[in-house]
Design a protein around this ligand. Structure first.
Ligand SMILES: [Zn+2]
Length: 401
């Protein structure tokens, strides 16, 4: 009965999601929050307990009369998932347990000038190493979420772009990583993964919000009524290519936010001031763009006014892109995430908020809120791993039922 199985999978997925975000809940609370009948919840929870995914942890406080409520929680060691974020200048690996808690992570260099084959091989070696050092049995790992820029074909697991160089176009990324790791691999857009990560972490108090992602480049994502909008090639909300100024962009347009304000542009502006570049140790190698950008961010934090001026200029451009994002989707919340915001985040948050307050259409209703991800550098990798946990949990439980 396919309908029953998929319905059961969806129900199990919702129960697991709630327990992952809330920690512990009783069966009664699960029924209240899902709107499902107590009988359905009882049946679903029994199967999850039999499958070793959920366990009971004593009793909650009694409200009124009747039986005390037994609380449920996910068994964190039931399964694990890996999230891998990579682009030219940055890479991060995280391992989450079944409850969605990060149990291991590693920050690495990006792909640089290496081709996709060598990059995937190196990432697989790092994943192996991370699992081994943390004593995580490979048989307990559900899979890996590979997170990078778009445009991409998620079904085939390939990029549909010549960025960062032509060898990446149509290279079988997920198939190669699957063969290396012996694990299923899902492909996801970095900004969308970061938005999912923020949502599931409970970091955003609304189910409709926009996200500005800044790694090697600038991207965006939206969650609308709890669902992402991916577009045709998993590259929706490409706010890095909203045309705002006049600087030529690699995409062929002029004045794109990425060309006016992206990390590479900020670093090149710093290089144009030899005294500043020498003082901060900015080398300018394109593969080290984020490391150079981070040097500017740290200089800003210690009061360097030249570094501050460059970052503030970039932040105002991104604020203007955020105005368009907010106007297009009628948003009241924008989240900033991505490795470029790891140190410079507070400066960007302030300037983006100021631009929205001055120029967003919705400002007359309420002031749009700008939030900085608590884990800006790892948000995308975390979202990739959470995607694996969610995609698998519902499916496996549906098959079991
Ligand atoms: Zn462009």
């Amino acid at each position: 009965m396919a309908d029953t199985a998929s319905g059961g999978a969806a129900t199990a997925g919702r129960v697991l999601d709630l327990l992952r975000t809330q920690g512990t809940l009783s069966r009664v609370e699960l029924a209240e929050r899902t709107g499902l009948t107590p009988a359905t919840i009882t049946h679903t929870v029994r199967r999850l307990i039999e499958g070793g995914l959920v366990h009971e942890i004593g009793r909650g406080h009694q409200r009124g009369r009747g039986q005390p409520r037994r609380l449920l929680e996910l068994d964190p060691a039931a399964w694990y998932a890996v999230g891998i974020q990579v682009d030219r200048t940055t890479a991060t690996i995280v391992v989450l347990d079944f409850a969605g808690t990060r149990v291991a992570d590693a920050g690495l260099r990006g792909s640089g000038g290496d081709g996709p084959e060598a990059t995937i091989a190196a990432l697989a070696d790092h994943v192996d190493d991370l699992l081994r050092r943390n004593g995580i049995d490979r048989d307990r790992v559900l899979g890996a979420g590979l997170v990078t820029h778009g445009p991409q074909d998620r079904e085939r697991g390939v990029l549909l772009t010549v960025q960062p160089d032509p060898a990446w176009l149509e290279f079988p990324l997920t198939a190669t990583l699957t063969a290396r790791l012996g694990l299923p691999v899902l492909l996801e857009n970095d900004a969308t993964a970061a938005a999912f990560g923020e949502q599931w972490a409970g970091a955003v108090p609304t189910d409709t919000f926009g996200l500005v992602y800044m790694g090697s480049g600038i991207g965006g994502g939206v969650i609308v009524d709890g669902e992402s909008y991916r577009g045709r090639a998993s590259n929706a909300v490409e706010i890095g290519h909203i045309a705002l100024g006049d600087t030529p962009c690699f995409c062929g347009n002029r004045g794109c936010a990425q060309a006016e304000a992206g990390p590479r542009t900020v670093v090149e502006q710093a290089l144009a001031d030899p005294g500043l570049a020498a003082r901060l140790g900015i080398g300018g190698d394109p593969d080290d763009t984020l490391a150079d950008f981070e040097r500017l961010a740290r200089a800003w934090r210690t009061g360097d006014r030249d570094a501050a001026a460059l970052l503030e200029r970039s932040a105002r451009w991104i604020g203007r892109a955020a105005v368009t994002l907010v106007n297009l989707f009628d948003l009241d919340t924008v989240v900033l995430a991505g490795p470029a915001f790891a140190t410079a985040g507070p400066l960007y948050r302030r300037h983006v908020a100021a631009e929205l307050e001055r120029h967003a259409l919705v400002r007359t209703l309420s002031r749009p809120e700008v939030r900085l991800s608590a884990n800006a550098a790892t948000a995308a990798a975390t979202g990739g791993a959470l995607h694996v946990l969610r995609a698998w949990a519902g499916r496996a439980n549906g098959q079991a039922g």
